[in-house]
Every structure is written in C-alpha cells, then in structure tokens.
Design a protein around this ligand. Sequence first.
Ligand code: A3P
Length: 309
Amino acid sequence: APGEVITAQSGAFERDPQESSTTDEELSRAGSPGSRGGSSRTTPGYGEKRLPQALIIGVKKGGTRQLPPSSVTAGPQALLSQRCIWSETHPRGLRLLRNVMPKTLDGQITMEKTPSYFVTNEAPRRIHSMAKDTKLIVVVRNPVTRAISDYTQTLSKKPEIPTFEVLAFKNRTLGLIDASWSAIRIGIYALHLENWLQYFPLSQILFVSGERLITDPAGEMAKVQDFLGLKRIVTEKHFYFNKTKGFPCLKKPEDSSAPRCLGKSKGRTHPKIDPDVIHRLRKFYKPFNVMFYQMTGQDFQWEQEESDK
Ligand code: A3P
C-alpha cells in the first residue's frame, strides 16, 4: 500500500527508558484488543524489518497520539521485552534495533514514536549514530498548557500528589519556578532543540503545532504527509469535530465502520490553576518560546493565547 505509514512505539533508541511517559502508557494500551482499531495492517510473514525512516520524538502531551491517525501495528509486548537490551556499543545494535520494528512492505514507511526522546540528552547523539538520515517530527504545544496537561495525567494516576501550584515553584514567595520539575522542564523547547541541532539540520525536523492539530487537523496532517514524502491520503474529509468530546475525531477509519475519537486519557479536563501562577509561568517561558520561534523560523503564537484551555 503505497504511502502507508507503519509505526512502532518502542523506545528503541533508549538505553534506560525512564519517565513513565505517554510511551509506556500507550504501549500497554496498544496491546489490548480493539485498541486503535486493533487489526494489523501488515501481514505477518510479509515485508521486511527496516530501521525507522522517521521518528516522532516528542513531546509528551503535545498531541502525539494524533500522529499518524491510525497506524500502530507491531506487538507492543514483544517490543517492550526488547527495548532494554539494545545498546549503542553492542555489535549487534543495529540488528537488534531493526528487530523491534514492525515489518513493512515497499512503499510503506517505518516510524517509531517515543515522546521522551526530545528531552533526553543522549537521544540525538545516539539516534544520529544509528540513523542519521531519519526524519524527525516534534509536536509542540503551549508549554504552560502542556505542563498542566502533564500534571493532570500524573494526577489521574496519583491523586495524592501536591497541587500544581505547589510543585511549580521552588520558592513561591520569591516567584522562583522549579525548572527541574519535568512537567516544566519539558516545555523549555529551545533548550532541548539546541541539543538536537548539534546533530541534525533543521530541515530534517518537522515541528507540528499541537494547537493546530486540534483546530485544523487536516492542515497539520498535510504538512506531516508532505514532510514524509507521502501522498496526502489523510485529508479534510477524514475528520469531523465531535462536540461532546470537544476534539476532532476520525470519521471512519479504514479498519472499522464506526467513527473514532481518541480515548478518555486524551482531552482530560484540567484542574483550575491559580491565574497568578499561570501568569508567572507564561513569563518564565516567554524568552524560551521566543528563542524557539527564532530557531525554528515558526511563530507558534503561544503569547497570544488568552487562557489555558
Ligand atoms: P489533554 O488531555 O491535556 O487535553 P498526547 O497524545 O501527546 O498524550 O497529547 C494529549 C493531548 O492531545 C491532549 O491533552 C489533547 O489536548 C491533545 N489532542 C490533540 N488532538 C486531540 C484529539 N483529536 N482528541 C483528543 N485530544 C487531542
């Protein structure tokens, strides 16, 4: 099937996958029957295992689940069991890496998605040493909203954690933000990008707007497909806005007869955060955002948003 995209979610480039991120959560869910339409789009026994031609490297809670809309094929349990044995220095490293990828046919693209790569210091070097021509995709979203979304996810699993307002500060009286808290650190995109640009040219990286993925999913998907050199198979006609969910959903995925929205864990209601704290965080991120716009040549307009969610 020319133009098809097959993805694996393996953390395959990670030696020591920490940060229980979307990846782990999604991996386990992807293993349950019926998830993402369930059926495999590759026929077992056919095709070839290849190194990924494209990686979705981040960011957690950016909207990564939307990309690509219906595509996971490989057995995630098998992927999980192998993810830690890969090591860059291992003589069989490349072979092992290829092994965790799903089989693809000619004309199909092999992709891997691990949202923590973008913020992992060693990731660019390691990926460059293995697959320097791979295309990279990063979904970015207003870092303040992203931080709240990240916190909301953790809160859903651990209701006893302190409030967002408490965790966000090193010293609230002095207004000192705790940039070491991962919910905040992940959103300092300029810093992480700097690391990637040491190894990859900007032209090899596509930045997808998490906001536009919601307001104009077809437009954003067109960019992704163009970047990957695919025909624009996913277009306007595949999406509709579901008022109940409050998000765009797929009209009729190929592998099922019903429309499909993302699950309950996507599009959670965020807790109300003290507006002063939001204000302080916006101020904190502003210089990093501006730097990020300059580095990417794209203005994501996060300063213009009035409210978060
Ligand atoms: P919230 O749950 O905070 O609203 P990820 O897929 O990287 O985990 O990102 C999750 C976020 O994707 C959600 O965060 C939601 O805002 C956003 N999103 C983008 N498109 C969506 C869609 N069609 N359905 C649900 N959530 C979507």
